[in-house]
Design a protein around this ligand. Structure first.
Ligand code: ATP
Length: 473
């Protein structure tokens, strides 16, 4: 019998569940991928890697604002997984691991995608990514030919060598997921952190997959970051914990700004399940190109701990004092991607509306309605102009805010254009210093990104005013 402490706390389920076979068509969207890619490039958020050499397919660089956005996504995930909980601890494991790890996990044998080659132009494609037309025919997206070679299993792991000899004894793999370290280190972490089951180990880090057809901007790339957590539970309590984590993860996306109508939970059909899983659901987001996976939440059973016990010869079972029994824990794994989450947050935040101009007209404006905790810049400090009277006070305001929030000081160009720029990169507040500030009242104008409403706030009240509106920033 499960004891109460074995079981998840009560929770309210708010998520939408669809069938395994649900239609993946995205339908009409507020924004196209081209618009997002163009905005990201123009504002230096994300752009092609090694662009001056023609770029490298499936590799992207996060510029100043993109790097900050990604950091903020990771901080938000760690806050919910670690800071707000007592039952999850962190790990930062090595990317290169003993090669036997990947034999035990099944990756050497089975981490493959079906590869086909066009018999005309010799381009290679992932067979299950070639979309059939209405008649069920498949055409080469490059040359239109209909003939392909038979699919062959292509292993997605990148190989490299440790040390100076490039032979099989020195061969290692670039990790294709962060999860395995949590299994391999399970006993050590459990013992040293004095955690009792149920508890989790969380890790954020780079993973590498030699994807056959990287595509859709940063959705499918060859080098990416994952946020994974392995939650170890008593067999028999696993299904309840699986439901709990599905609910938790849904709430996290919604709390950080994704509209629930653009999210859904899709359970895997039995023939879709990975070799290690008893049940898996995907959290899917309605990207402009299709409903697609944001995160997988799997019930991995005791598969991984058993396999690592078998391959390493180490006992990875757990003695449960409360129930006076020894067992190999089951594992629930919420596995998310930082890059895919960042893309979903960008797409969902994109809006176009109208804003008044200084001349009394209206103009189109683009804004990223990012959750403040994810916005790369929290407050922009803008002197009305570069006038010598304004600059010292504007600098003073910037210095006052800097220890508390991430600011950007900008004095270049017309104030309206600077507002537009900040709206477009998702800055929640702009603080403007004008002549009244320096000549009359030492008050600044604080402008809200979403409503464009403005408040006059005394400089000595500004930190408190913003802290109230930007909690956790
Ligand atoms: P897919 O079916 O899209 O290839 P997956 O089911 O293989 O993904 P998992 O192994 O469950 O993915 O990895 C967990 C998460 O890591 C995914 O939900 C995704 O957010 C992220 N991820 C996986 N592969 C990639 C990739 N090539 N590029 C970017 N993110 C990825």
């Amino acid at each position: 019998m499960a004891t109460p402490t074995d079981l998840p706390p009560e929770f309210t389920q708010t998520h939408t569940v669809v069938d395994a076979e649900a239609d993946t068509t995205a339908g009409p969207h507020d924004v196209t991928m081209e618009t997002i890619v163009e905005l990201c490039k123009r504002r230096g958020i994300i752009f092609q890697s090694s662009e001056i050499y023609g770029g490298l397919r499936g590799a992207w660089d996060f510029g100043p604002l993109g790097a900050a956005l990604k950091d903020n996504v990771k901080v938000a995930w760690k806050r919910s997984m670690l800071q707000l909980r007592d039952d999850v601890v962190q790990l930062d494991a090595s990317i290169l691991m003993h090669p036997r790890v990947w034999e035990a996990s099944g990756h050497v044998e089975g981490f493959t995608d079906p590869l086909v080659e066009c018999t005309n132009c010799n381009q290679r494609w992932r067979a299950d990514h070639l979309e059939p037309n209405k008649a069920g025919e498949i055409f080469c997206p490059n040359c239109g030919n209909k003939e392909f070679t038979d699919p062959k299993a292509f292993n997605l792991m990148f190989k490299t060598f440790v040390g100076p000899t490039e032979d099989t004894s020195a061969q290692v793999w670039m990790r294709p997921e962060t999860a395995q370290a949590m299994f391999v280190d399970f006993a050590h972490v459990q013992l040293t952190s004095r955690q009792k089951i149920p508890f989790g180990i969380a890790q954020v880090g780079k993973s590498f997959r030699n994807e056959i057809t990287p595509r859709n901007f940063i959705f499918r790339v060859r080098e990416f970051e994952q946020m994974e957590m392995e939650f170890f539970v008593r067999p028999g309590t696993d299904e309840r914990w699986h439901d709990y984590w599905i609910s938790q993860r849904w709430d996290w996306y919604v709390e950080h700004g994704l509209r629930p109508e653009n999210l859904r939970i899709r359970p895997h059909a039995t023939d879709e399940l990975s070799h290690y899983a008893k049940a898996t659901v995907d959290v899917e987001y309605r990207f402009p190109f299709a409903w697609s996976e944001l995160e997988g939440i799997a019930n991995r059973t005791d598969f991984d701990l058993r396999r690592h016990s078998e391959f390493s010869g180490r006992d990875l079972s757990y003695f449960d004092q409360a129930n006076d029994e020894r067992y190999v824990p089951y594992v629930i794994e919420p596995a998310a991607g930082v890059d895919r989450s960042a893309l979903a947050f960008l797409v969902d935040a994109y809006r176009e509306d109208e804003a008044p101009t200084a001349g009394g007209k209206v103009e189109r404006r683009t804004l990223l309605k990012l959750h403040p905790s994810l916005a790369p810049i929290k407050v922009a400090v803008l002197p009305l102009s570069r006038n010598d009277k304004l600059v010292p006070t504007a600098r003073e305001v910037n210095d006052l805010l800097k220890p508390n929030v991430v600011t950007q000081y900008d004095d270049a160009g017309a104030i309206g254009r600077r507002y537009r720029r900040q709206d477009e990169i998702g800055t929640p507040y702009c603080v403007t210093v004008d002549f009244e500030t320096v000549e009359e009242d030492r008050k600044v104008t604080v402008r809200d990104r979403d409503s464009m409403g403005q408040d006059r706030v005394a400089i000595d009240q500004l930190v408190g005013y913003l802290a109230e509106r930007l909690p956790r920033c």
